[in-house]
Design a binder for this molecule. Structure first.
Ligand SMILES: [Zn+2]
Length: 309
């Protein structure tokens, strides 16, 4: 029995499989990612609390002597155990290792895979349909986000994806859609491009803002950044039904129907959702780089076919 195993046994530490399961649930609550395990990290203590570890169990250290460098390295047994549990999850394909995640996101983190996401939902008694609304990252979805963000801006952009219905499986399109949502709300900094509303749920899990298709998904609009815009639920609805559109200069154009709207429509107390758009020549709040602005071809199509002039 190794020195490490003896210590684990002597201190009656939880086993690796149990720790792995707790880790999967923690990943789910933390947006799909956790940093490498180290001192001062909140989740390291949270997990220790979950297992009711006593002070001795939390502070036990493993000592390794590096003879060449004549150096003694101390590692907390608990950190080592967390690492081993995460490593076991990685070998089962449930999480990606920090080195692998780093290649994708430039962050050293353990990240759920789709398989790990499903398993985390299962052991948390949640349905896999929760994937649609949870902003939890997965390695596969992150790959799509990266590709979307790095796609060079096309000159002649076609906002329709005519092949979509033919080639994609249900799972593939669900993944694409999640990648689209995540990429869009991230580049708009989780705010509505029109009113700037930024709010999440009290448990910090869900964002209010939605990723809207400019050419609607139902009209085969593409799931990419050139056909996407982040909007709050109200402005998403108003955009989809044609209350407003964007000009080629990204300024907001409001339907002339607005003047016929009864006085008690479209406002809450003093705030007027639609009429406020007509004031001071408002433009939308765009992402930082021009390269990922919505494409003119998408907003023209929306103006022509959805907007109620
Ligand atoms: Zn809004």
């Amino acid at each position: 029995m190794s020195y490490e195993s003896k210590m684990l046994e002597r201190l009656v530490m939880p086993n690796r499989v149990e720790v792995g399961r707790a880790l999967l649930r923690t990943l789910l609550r933390n947006g799909g990612v956790v940093k490498e395990f180290g001192a001062g990290q909140e989740i390291v203590d949270q997990l220790a609390d979950e297992f009711h570890l006593n002070r001795g169990q939390r502070s036990a250290t493993l000592e390794t002597i590096y003879r060449k460098e004549n150096r003694l390295k101390k590692t907390l047994l608990w950190h080592r155990l967390l690492f081993r549990a995460a490593d076991l999850l990685a070998s089962e394909g449930l999480v990606s290792r920090p080195t692998r995640t780093f290649q994708l996101t430039r962050r050293r983190e353990w990240m759920l895979t789709e398989k790990g996401f499903d398993e985390a939902l299962r052991i948390s008694d949640m349905s896999t349909t929760a994937k649609e609304s949870l902003p939890t990252k997965s390695f596969e979805v992150q790959k799509i986000v990266k590709r979307l963000v790095e796609t060079p801006r096309p000159e002649n952009y076609q906002p329709f994806d005519r092949n979509r219905k033919l080639v994609r499986t249900v799972r593939e399109s669900a993944l694409r859609l999640r990648g689209f949502r995540q990429a869009v709300i991230e580049i708009y900094d989780f705010r509505c491009a029109v009113c700037g509303l930024k709010i999440n749920s009290p448990d910090s899990l869900y964002w209010e803002v939605e990723a809207a298709h400019i050419v609607p998904h139902g009209s085969l609009g593409r799931d990419d950044l050139f056909n996407g815009i982040a909007l709050c639920r109200f402005h998403h609805w108003a955009f989809d039904v044609g209350w407003f559109a964007l000009g080629d200069n990204y300024k907001i154009q409001v339907s002339s129907k607005l003047s016929q709207l009864p006085q008690d429509f479209g406002h809450v107390a003093e705030y007027e959702f639609l009429r406020s758009l007509t004031r001071n020549d408002a433009g939308i709040q765009l992402p930082r780089e021009r390269e990922i602005y919505p494409h003119i071809n998408s907003i023209r199509w929306h103006r022509q076919f959805v907007f109620y002039q």
